[in-house]
Each structure stands twice: as structure tokens, then as C-alpha cells.
Design a protein around this ligand. Sequence first.
Ligand SMILES: NC(=O)c1ccc[n+]([C@@H]2O[C@H](COP(=O)([O-])OP(=O)(O)OC[C@H]3O[C@@H](n4cnc5c(N)ncnc54)[C@H](O)[C@@H]3O)[C@@H](O)[C@H]2O)c1
Length: 343
Amino acid sequence: MAHLLITGGAGFIGSHTCLVLLEAGHSLAVLDNFTNSSPESLRRVVELAGPSAGRRLEVVRGDVRSHEDLKQAFEVAPVDGVLHFAGLKAVGESMSQPLRYWDTNVGGSRSLLSAMAAHDCRTLVFSSSATLYGYPDTVPIPESAPVRPINPYGHTKAAVERMLGDLAASEPGWRIACLRYFNPVGAHPSGRIGEDPNGIPNNLFPFISQVAVGRRACLDVFGGDWPTADGSGVRDYIHVMDLAEGHLATLDALLTSGEQLLTLNLGSGRGYSVLEVINTFRAISGKAVPYTIASRRDGDAAITVADPQLAEQRLGWKTKRNLHDICRDGWAWQQANPKGYSR
Ligand SMILES: NC(=O)c1ccc[n+]([C@@H]2O[C@H](COP(=O)([O-])OP(=O)(O)OC[C@H]3O[C@@H](n4cnc5c(N)ncnc54)[C@H](O)[C@@H]3O)[C@@H](O)[C@H]2O)c1
């Protein structure tokens, strides 16, 4: 079993991945400054993972940009590998606060990599994003598609991927995976952990569930005139538990192989339109989800769907859950926690 450092492990994707890693028997040090999360998520992860898990999860409250905080996290136990989730992820905010995004996402990754080298740890799974494809020429999108981000958030992800490529080329021994997530949604089926965004949700799914639970009045659907079957945008939604299992498979692949630099899409390969998501959510929750069609948002593409074949070949992993599972589990979480972790 490995000892792993998880940056940003209290967040949405990090918390679900921590659970899967604990269930696989690994021990974890989580470094998080809780800027967009709550320690409560990790408390519940331990509760779900069972009696021995509390002894295998150490939380270090700290910043991934801080040399001292990183040192503390690396000193919990010798680290076999790092999963790097910590970062800022709101596209709109990245346009108004680009330096904050470059500082946290790029500066934070640079500090982490220096600390890894100093502690002789060269195995890393990095949370990249399909955002870096910008407006894709072809759909489904293979990993070989041009990297052409169209907003500061996407620029920071592309910059970190470049930094990792330079590092892997500069000295032997690095085992790195850049995972380009499509649209992570849903929640653990227990309804105990899920997505709890601060303020107004940035993404479709938490918005729908907050409307359904009565926290918000109405949903804006951005664009009803896209060249798609029903005019709304089409996205590849991936259940967060599939994504978490994808991280476990990636880690296994890195830890059991020689040095390498892997770049993989994590998506389902199946697209659903915004209106399909709303209708499925309504059917499962039995709740009204009032919406209005608003104008298109800058930076949105009509259709974004992964070509997931490379991940299946390299990891033996593919998604198992569908839109029905996503809506059922996301709704269970929202119903049980209408105000997220703050109750
Ligand atoms: N959720 C998505 O739609 C999506 C899609 C593609 C890629 N990603 C990437 O996946 C990663 C995780 O995303 P998420 O949805 O779980 O986001 P999240 O905001 O829920 O989790 C990020 C975590 O990082 C922590 N954090 C932020 N800045 C930090 C810092 N300087 N030091 C220490 N901790 C810090 C936050 O407190 C939070 O717990 C991010 O890097 C994000 O860019 C997310």
C-alpha cells in the first residue's frame, strides 16, 4: 500500500478520490487551505471508509504555494505519489482575477514540484481539464487535438501541462499523468459527500439541484440556438465516482510502470444536452426545475465530448455510470444536505 499526498483533497473531486483511495488501503496526507471546501467533507470520508480509515488520513491545513506547509505535508510519512487537485476552477473568475489563477494554479504547481523533487518523490497525477481544448475542431475530442485554451483558467492548465512536460524531459525518473477531466458531476451514492460550491454555482449541475431543492428560483440555459438536436449545448458528464476510480487506476498504472508522461481524457464518450439533463433530473427528483433560455456565454462550445479510448487502453478503466445514476446520486446529496456541508 502506498502513502499519498493529496492536495485539495477536501474539495469535490478530491474528497471522492480520497474515499476510493482509503477503500483501496492507501494512507493519505491531505493538504488543503479550505478556500473552497470544508473539513467536514474529510470527516465524512473517514466515516464512509470505515473504522481503520481515521488512522490513515492526516489533514494538514495549509497552502500549496507555501514551502513550509508543503514541508509539513511531506513530513507526515515518506510520500510514494502525489495527486494534485488544489487549484481555482471558475472560468469567469479567472477572467477578472487572472493573476490569482496564475499564482495558485501555476505557482502552486511549481512549488509542489520543487517540494516533490526535494523529497525524492517523482510520481504525480495532475488535475487538468478539457477546457484546454477551447473550441474543438472535431468531436469526440482525442488527446492529440490542439491545445488552444480560450480563458485564463484554461491557460493555467495548459501552462502546468507544459511545465510537467519540460520537467519529465529534464531528468529521469518522473512518472506523471495529466488527466483532462470533462464535466465531473454527481455524488457518492450515500448522499454523505458531494459538490458544495461557494456562492452562486458556476456549473450546470449544482445549479439544477439547488433550483430543485428550492435554494434558487430559476436556471439560465445559456444558448437555445446551438447546432445540436434540441438547441442546447452538449457536454460529456462524468460521474465523480467514475472519476475517482479513474484516479485509482491511474495511480496503479504509474506506480507499477517505469518513468512516463501520460496525458489522458477522463470522460464517458457520451454527450447529453442541457435540456436532457434538466428533464432527467426532473423525472428522478419529481421536482420542478424552472429555466429560461439566455444568450450564449462567451467561451462556450456547442458540443464537448471526450474520446475516452486512450484511457481505456492505458488504464483498463472506463466509466460505468450513466446520466440516471448522476441525477439520482446528485439529488440524494442535495436533498440530504440542502445547504451543503454548512447544513
Ligand atoms: N470540477 C470541475 O468541473 C473540474 C473540471 C476539470 C478540472 N478540474 C480541476 O480539478 C481540480 C479539483 O476540482 P474540484 O472540482 O474538486 O474543485 P474544488 O474547488 O472543490 O477543490 C479544490 C480544492 O483545492 C483547495 N485549494 C484551492 N487553492 C488551494 C491552495 N492554494 N492551497 C491548498 N488548497 C487549495 C480548495 O480548498 C479545495 O478543497 C482542480 O484543479 C480543478 O481545476 C475540475
